[in-house]
Design a protein around this ligand. Structure first.
Ligand SMILES: *Cc1c(COP(=O)(O)O)cnc(C)c1O
Length: 861
């Protein structure tokens, strides 16, 4: 067959689907507001015109899409401000326990559409733009992504911020305002080329500088001992300037704050030069201090022990903790309560969540602030620190675990190193008391590693200094307890928790997939938006032809849109009737993009060997960034592009197989590609992917998953039922059992299709201009294969055959899509945040909820 054409409905265009859905809405008399009241349109129009004129100083005729976007962004932001102020006043008055999410990364993406949706002003804004003859989609695409993250860890922070605001928690995000976010990826000659992401170049309408809350952060210097204790002196000071971004909850009047710090040289910076008359040099050198917040480190799941990164981590932690203590001390301005001078209820009022060990210097820094700046005794301070801090682990890959050299710490943060040594001393005393004579256990558990270069194990420090430690999916949390933190689990079993990750259903369905959103709401109502478990109600519609057809049509519309995007941004034609097989995430060996390559090559070889064979047409879409210093990841990108060259330019392949490398994968592109996916590839080696969140986004958007029993895949399969999930490969136990005697060449020798594919990689079939280009990939796989691709190859190929078989039955495929959507309820970040609140933070937002109902704003001045 040449293409899969489910039914005559597919001939309906985009308008056709719209009409079908709208017709359906009327018939079922479910009110979904998409017509805005006239008066709000007129108010918004006035505000927009005012911003275009006064804020942007532009005439309609000379305004570019970007000017128009800025005018709209300011208009939308105006509707946030009163709620933002009211929310903060409310917290101030009620003084609930504050939750502080501290993260080196917040991968926010774009803000405009999400804000309009959360404030329920999207129809009004769209009506306004239509009235002005403007195309909303073009304005939306003028917004730069806030790319202050690498991948899953940074995007999790962003999803949790949305959910905490939606649940009405008194929550704050603390991070760094990098001048440059994750690099922009270009592909040149098939290779990744990195370009700086100058996201602030044209200004950021969503942030508010708060220079009045500037905070000094100290580095270097030495320690002076006196009767009162230790004192950190002769330091160099950098100023931390806060920039606040409002985080609106979903239609609940709550607007929380994300506070990002920017580094500024202090007035006294390089005073020496200044005094010596080297005024110009002193001014030029201010850059040195300001480099601290210059750029996001582009590593995902790798530790790079650079001094500048250490300074970034401390910069975030020190500025944030000083700010938190300031807020704690002034619960109510003036009045009976006055100034709070005791730390006795600090841990009842403050919860600190550390997103991985990146902010783990919070533990010694809070100790320092309590001991040296506030005069507390050690025991007292230590109890406060432990009761306040909680640590989320994100990976068990050894190369990703932070281990800072004591030499570097001694130079940059001498007082903190001293405090860490004391913490370790007390801790090891406890270990010895608990396990007398067990020298080896003491060595294994030490925060200070003595083998080779002396290092501080930041994960150990985080466990010891926190009251709670959590993994991010069940399998991952169990591995923490049984493998890398086994000793710690035995000593403190009550500290360990699992909190499976989630994603916000607002951005990852409502904002990015409007046709599917309408279909779901027409079918089961709208409660699912704030309680995703309601999606279960879709299950009973699996036999309703009407719903199945709508699911098919919606997916097809999304695929057509993505096809149009690919044509415009890469001049590449794809067939929307082919299966969209999507593998997008950071490029990393453990995520096994190479296994996908082996499948593509196998399909290609089969078609070449048997040109008349029936084939289910596929478009394989691979995207993701490689860390700039990760040689193998960059070579994988080149291989994908070279395979695409060969496959796409082979006349005899026709429409049966196409390969696309999606350039510059990022949040805003994820929002376009995920709704268009038929098949989601989640194929990491079992035991390596802590959770994954991309997997959840695809499931929620009605893609079927081909995946291993790894990360949250395990729980996704449990929720949807094994018959509705394409499982392959070894499980974690099988991987561990196979590893000691693993000999990948055996699979190469015994599987002719695998041998052919690997030989083609090795012998220049995909690199005729440089025959040995991919030899390193071949050698890695055949002679080492740390991630055991060869062991899982045959199982993967067989599983892909089952995928093809189901895709040939479009209605059955769509039914399974519906069941996947119905089973995605567990993976809402609302559920994730609720679990953190009850298991770790001890907060209940219903105690101090802002009054509802939400009123559509009329306060754009
Ligand atoms: C969700 C997301 C990720 C994480 O994807 P995984 O498949 O879980 O690794 C990475 N990048 C972007 C842009 C995302 O939106």
């Amino acid at each position: 067959m040449s293409s899969v054409d489910p039914d005559p409905l597919s001939r309906l265009g985009v308008r056709g689907l719209e009409a079908l859905v709208d017709d359906d809405t009327k018939k079922r008399q479910i009110s979904i507001r998409h017509i805005a009241p006239k008066e709000s349109i007129n108010t918004l129009k006035d505000a927009f015109n005012r911003h275009l004129h006064y804020t942007m100083a532009k005439d309609r005729n000379e305004a570019s899409d970007w000017h128009l976007y800025m005018a709209l962004a300011h208009t939308v932001k105006d509707t946030l401000v009163s709620r933002w102020i009211r929310t903060q006043q409310h917290y101030y008055k009620k003084d609930p326990k504050r939750v502080y999410y501290i993260s080196l990364e917040f991968y926010m993406g774009r803000t405009l559409t999400n804000t309009m949706v959360n404030l329920d002003i999207q129809p009004a804004c769209e009506g306004t733009m239509r009235k002005l003859g403007l195309d909303m989609e073009e304005l939306e695409n003028s917004e730069e992504d806030a790319g202050l993250g690498n991948g899953g860890l940074g995007r999790l922070a962003a999803c949790l911020m949305d959910s905490m605001a939606t649940l009405g928690m008194a929550a704050y995000g603390y991070g760094i305002r990098y001048d440059y976010g994750i690099f922009e990826q270009k592909i040149k000659g098939g290779w990744q080329v990195e370009e700086p992401d100058e996201w602030l170049r044209y200004g950021n309408p969503w942030e508010h500088a708060r220079p009045e809350f500037t905070i000094p952060v100290h580095y270097y210097g030495n320690i002076e001992h006196n009767e009162q204790g230790s004192k950190w002196v002769n330091t160099q000071v950098v100023q931390a300037i806060p920039y606040d971004t409002p985080i609106p909850g979903f239609r609940n009047n709550t607007v929380n704050t994300m506070r990002l710090w920017s580094a500024k040289a202090s007035d006294s910076f390089n005073l020496n030069f200044f005094n010596n008359g080297e005024y110009l040099k002193a001014v030029y050198d201010r850059n040195l201090a300001e480099n601290i917040s210059r750029v996001l480190y582009p590593n995902d799941n790798v530790f790079e022990g650079r001094e500048l990164r250490l300074k970034q981590e401390y910069f975030l932690v020190s500025a944030s903790l000083q700010d938190i203590i300031r807020r704690y001390k002034s619960p109510k301005r003036g009045g009976a309560h006055g100034f709070r001078n005791s730390f006795s209820i600090f841990s009842q009022k403050v919860a600190l969540q550390l997103n991985d060990t990146h902010p783990s210097l919070a533990i010694p820094e809070l100790m320092r602030l309590l001991l040296d700046e506030n005069g507390l005794a050690w025991e007292n301070a230590w109890e406060i620190v432990q009761n306040t801090c909680a640590y989320t682990n994100h990976t068990i890959l050894p190369e990703a675990l932070e281990r800072w050299s004591t030499q570097l710490l001694e130079k940059v943060l001498p007082r903190h190193l001293q405090i860490i040594y004391i913490i370790n001393h007390h801790f090891l005393d406890d270990v010895k008391q608990r396990y007398p004579g067990d020298e080896d256990r003491v060595r294994r558990m030490s925060i200070v590693e003595e083998e080779g270069e002396k290092r501080i194990n930041m994960a150990h420090l985080s466990i010891v200094g926190s009251h709670a430690v959590n993994g991010v999916a069940r399998i991952h949390s169990n591995l923490l307890k049984s493998k890398i933190f086994k000793d710690f689990y035995e000593m403190y079993p009550e500290k360990f928790h699992n909190i499976t990750n989630g994603i916000t259903p607002r951005r990852w369905l409502m904002v990015c997939n409007s046709s599917l959103t309408k279909i779901i709401s027409n079918t089961i109502g709208t409660e699912w938006l704030t309680n995703l478990h309601f999606l279960r109600n879709l299950e009973s519609f699996q036999t309703e032809e009407r719903v199945i057809r709508l699911i098919i049509e919606s997916k097809k519309e999304n695929k057509r849109k993505l096809a149009a995007y690919l044509k415009q941004n890469g001049n590449f034609e794809v067939n929307p009737n082919s299966m969209f097989d999507v593998h997008v995430k950071r490029i990393h060996e453990y995520k096994r993009q190479l296994l996908n390559c082996l499948h593509i090559i196998t399909l290609y070889n089969r078609i070449k060997a048997n040109p008349d064979m029936e084939v289910v047409p596929r478009t394989v879409i691979i995207g993701g960034k490689a860390a700039p210093g990760y040689f193998m990841a960059k070579l994988i990108i080149k291989l994908v592009n070279n395979i695409a060259q060969v496959v796409n330019n082979d006349e005899s392949i026709q429409d049966k197989l196409k390969v696309v490398f999606l350039q510059n994968y990022r949040v805003s592109l994820a929002e376009k590609v995920i709704p268009a996916a038929d098949l989601s590839q989640q194929i990491s080696t079992a035991g390596t992917e802590a959770s994954g969140t991309g997997n959840m986004k695809f499931m929620l958007n009605g893609a079927l998953t081909i995946g291993t029993l790894d990360g949250a895949n395990v729980e996704m399969r449990e929720e949807v039922g094994e018959e509705n999930f394409f499982l392959f490969g070894m499980n974690e136990t099988e991987v561990e059992d196979a590893r000691p005697n693993y000999y990948p060449k055996k699979y190469y020798d015994e599987d002719p299709e695998l041998k052919q594919a690997l030989d083609q990689i090795n012998n220049g079939f995909f690199s005729p201009e440089d025959q040995g280009l991919f030899r390193d990939i071949y050698n890695q796989l055949v002679f080492s294969d740390r991630y055991m691709l060869l062991a899982d190859f045959r199982s993967y190929i067989e599983c892909q055959k089952r995928v093809d078989e189901l895709y040939c039955r479009p209605r059955e495929w769509a039914r399974v899509c519906l069941l996947n959507i119905a089973a995605a309820g567990k993976f809402s970040s609302d559920r994730t945040v609720t679990e953190y609140a009850s298991k770790i933070w001890g907060v209940d937002p219903s105690d101090y909820k802002l009054p509802l109902p939400h009123v559509v704003s009329n306060d754009s001045h």
